[in-house]
Ligand binder design. Sequence first.
Ligand code: BTN
Length: 264
Amino acid sequence: MINRNFNVEYYLQNLETDFIGRNIVYYSETNSTNLQAKENSYKSDGTVFIADYQKSGRGRMGREWKSDSGSGLWFSILLKPDISPENAASITLIAGIAVCTVMREYGFDAGIKWPNDIVVNGKKICGILNEMSVRENDVCYVVCGIGINVNNARFDGELSDKATSMNIEGDKDYEREIVLQKVLSEFEKCYKEFLKSGIHDFLNDYKSLCVTLNREVSIETTGTKKNAYAVDITSGGELVVEIDGQRRELCSGEVSVRGILGYF
Ligand code: BTN
């Protein structure tokens, strides 16, 4: 496994984006790049905060995100879109589509486990945590935090059944600088299109990549578990399920969804 620091100069050399990731703040070690992006939200639209190691990497629903030194891409994109808070939730879908598309370009059979885990061969290769700040119904900023397992050679303990990396799937090392360039280019392309035309055109892409749809899933809210059937995704990114003969829309912040036979 390559275990060297992220090389900012090398990354900037062939970066093809207009504004995403042109300004980059690098930490060899920090608490969490999402926290850093929020604390430094005065920086320009599209600034990327990246760390080789996060001491307290944060996942969805208050979980920890394991961010070993030098093995993965742990980064957060600071965004300042002129959109309503309801529409800002769609940035999660956009980010999921962008990472999934790049993983497929690398040859992995990647899909999206609702709302935004990228999975390969039934295991998670990337997680996304979006956070937003709103004042008087205006979005001040959105922080799109993305963790991609790139060169992790193995996962121990309970993660061994659930997590994978590009290295494990492709049986070789990947240059994190190049993976980041590709992800940011794809993200910027989708994000600009979304700002111009909305989420509608992306919904079909999301649905065709989403491995949660048309399956029996187990829905876990605080302490309770129920089986349901996943039938659709709304334009706001909610998962539509049939549960006890009724349709319900689940919001990503509230529930954890698992396939009844495995991780997704
Ligand atoms: C999840 O799947 O639960 C979301 C994981 C998000 C992890 C990334 S790593 C970069 C950014 N900084 C954090 O503390 N979390 C996100």
